[in-house]
Design a protein around this ligand. Structure first.
Ligand code: DC
Length: 221
């Protein structure tokens, strides 16, 4: 692994746990870079769909990923110089990302890209396997979660807030399905790293969660 002495904070957890928001605020507070690894799987799902590649076809999906020109600039995601930040945030691409993410050849194709984000002065990496597979030597590992009901409610409010249609029961079913797939896959499943701290956010504000991560990071040093 490159740049081993550059600190990484790995924040893993299930969908809609709020880890994206927490990870970005932690990165901002420390002046660190931020890796949204879920966005990579979403871009692959989006590109596969554009190229009529079945999300279930492991080899074709990995080959498609190897050809992609993905860039992150100012919190926006670009595919072949086109800003696709909005397109990859849909529920459809979330589901697609979870489906392509089961394929070991695809996960292998994305490893170097993720390691390249490890740059001075440090990185906050958000995903499912940041602490277990991609950055096993991370200085701090956090597993951020909340009950399925809390996460469904957050997602529901988020969609309504954006003026998008939302059905609570469907959101709950989708989350359960996605949790089962992310936890049950053979390749880099979602699990709590042995050396991770568990942060349950049902009764925590975002500020509380951010401060807990920052406190643990400072006290690890
Ligand atoms: O964090 P997210 O909802 O944007 O992630 C979308 C999907 O991508 C998620 O359901 C599983 C997959 N994923 C993964 O397998 N490994 C990661 N490190 C990040 C996301």
């Amino acid at each position: 692994m490159n740049n081993r002495n550059i600190p990484v904070i790995a924040i893993d957890g299930p969908s809609a746990s709020g880890k994206g928001t927490v990870a970005q605020l932690v990165a901002e507070a420390l002046g660190f870079g931020y890796l949204d690894s879920g966005a990579l799987y979403r871009v692959v799902a989006f590109a596969a769909k554009q190229n009529n590649i079945d999300w279930g076809d492991a080899e074709a999906v990995a080959a498609c990923a190897n050809k992609l020109n993905i860039q992150f600039k100012n919190s926006q995601v670009y595919l072949n110089n086109t800003d696709i930040s909005e397109e990859i945030r849909t529920e459809e691409m979330g589901k697609g990302a979870s489906q392509v993410a089961v394929h070991a050849p695809l996960r292998a194709a994305l490893v170097n890209l993720q390691h390249n984000f490890r740059q001075a002065p440090g990185l906050v990496a958000d995903g499912r396997d940041m602490g277990t597979v991609i950055f096993p030597d991370a200085e701090l590992k956090v597993f951020l979660t909340a009950s399925t009901d809390t996460r469904a409610e957050r997602r529901y409010k988020q969609l309504l807030g954006k003026g998008l249609p939302a059905n609570y029961e469907n959101i709950l079913l989708d989350l359960r399905e996605r949790d089962a797939r992310d936890k049950g896959r053979a390749s880099a499943p979602l699990l709590i790293a042995k050396d991770a701290i568990l942060l349950e956010t049902d009764n925590l504000t975002i500020t509380d969660a951010v401060n807990t991560v920052l406190f643990n990071f400072k006290h690890k040093k």
